[in-house]
Ligand binder design. Structure first.
Ligand code: DP6
Length: 368
């Protein structure tokens, strides 16, 4: 089936003129969560359009806090003028990504070129933890820009505000589209998910068993170094990938299967879908041209120990993986005691410097 993509999402073009100026100077701050995908986004086209729909748990403790300082220049100024500070220090490494983000979003938020910005950002998780900060970082910045736009366009509805924040965040990093709300967010159009679309993330619209709104995620930091292959490069390797079409179809089918599992609290079905998605993601990396492996020996040891523990104890503990070596251990809140004891006894020693992060499903970004 052919999909037709529109390059301009007209609903997000501004309806105001820049004559209606906001305050000349000020600052705004948002805290945005990271997220962990259950159905993975891997492969995209056009301007950040995913090849399949994905869904994630919004996290709670892993987040980015961004304060945007703004100062108005002449309304006719054309150049982006910004400085980035990471954990209090000016950081030039983030500039290119933010510069290209500004270029992509400029037609939707044209005021960006008439301001001088200072972007001050920090993460709640360790800098070199191997946890991607692009989802929480881009979503926090997008929300700050939306708060500034709301000062210009004061009648903006709350729905429009959050949809457009997700839309802008997506143009910065695809998975960031899912880091605005919680507890479960879908991004990418799927025939079985009402309201789902490729332009922005939407809160999962159906009933979910309460077990899933308080799920735990203990993130085992197996490798805290910089990834050898970025997600962007990985997505591009799906373009001529021999298994691409089968993978996109599999993701679509897994989403269809996830709907009743979430509704019925069917943990067996949930575990099968989530672990299969994680391994399918890494299988794509291992079979692309060039191929690569992001898992480490301890990633596999952890997976084996999780399977063994689940079999012998019956505790519904499972794993998922990001585009890296770290393992997200997922389990229901009611099983915290057994799962935490298992993690302490058998998994923590497999983490780099015994480092791990305790997290759980969260409710979304907050204005500070
Ligand atoms: C494996 O959102 O980081 O985490 O759009 O190029 O910024 P870009 O990619 P990114 O890809 C995330 C890939 C993933 C799966 C997921 O979160 O769905």
């Amino acid at each position: 089936m052919w999909k037709i993509y529109t390059l301009t999402n007209k609903e997000f073009l501004p309806e105001y003129t820049l004559e209606s100026k906001p305050d000349k100077k000020g600052s705004l701050s948002w805290q945005s969560p990271s997220n962990i995908a259950l159905i993975k986004y891997w492969g995209k086209t056009g301007p950040q359009i995913p090849k399949n729909a994905s869904v994630s748990f919004t996290l709670s403790n892993c987040h980015t806090t961004t304060r945007l300082f703004y100062k108005q220049k002449s309304p006719s100024a054309k150049k982006f003028d910004f400085k980035v500070f990471f954990e209090g220090k000016e950081n030039t490494a983030f500039r290119p990504k933010i510069e290209s983000f500004f270029k992509r979003i400029e037609s939707y938020v044209p005021f960006v070129s008439s301001f001088e910005f200072e972007i001050h950002t920090k993460n709640s998780f360790p800098h070199s933890s191997g946890i991607a900060s692009s989802a929480s970082g881009m979503s926090a910045l997008a929300l700050c820009l939306m708060s500034l736009e709301k000062e210009i366009d004061r009648n903006m509805s709350s729905d429009h505000f959050f949809q457009k924040a997700s839309f802008l965040a997506r143009l910065g990093s695809g998975s960031a589209a899912r880091s605005i709300k919680g507890p479960l967010v879908v991004w990418g159009s799927h025939p079985d998910i009402k309201g789902s679309n490729d332009a922005y993330g939407t809160v999962y619209p159906y009933e979910i068993d309460p077990v899933f709104s308080s799920f735990k995620d203990t993130i085992l930091l197996v490798d805290q170094g910089v990834k050898q292959v970025s997600s962007t490069v990985g997505h591009n390797l799906m373009i001529d990938h021999p298994f691409a079409e089968a993978r996109f179809k599999q993701a679509e089918e897994n989403m269809t299967r996830l709907v009743p599992a979430l509704q019925q609290g069917d943990l067996d079905a949930f575990i099968k879908i989530v672990e299969r998605e994680a391994l399918a993601l890494h299988a794509m990396m291992m079979t692309s041209d060039p191929y690569f492996i992001l898992m480490k020996p301890n990633t596999l040891k952890i997976i084996e120990r999780i399977w063994d523990f689940r079999k012998r104890s019956g505790t519904p503990v499972c794993f998922t993986l990001d585009a890296g070596a770290n393992v997200h251990v997922l389990y229901p809140q009611k099983d915290t005691e057994a799962a935490d004891a298992f993690i302490q006894a058998e998994l923590v020693s497999l983490c780099q410097e015994n480092h791990y992060i305790k997290d759980q499903v969260g409710t979304g970004a907050v204005l500070l």
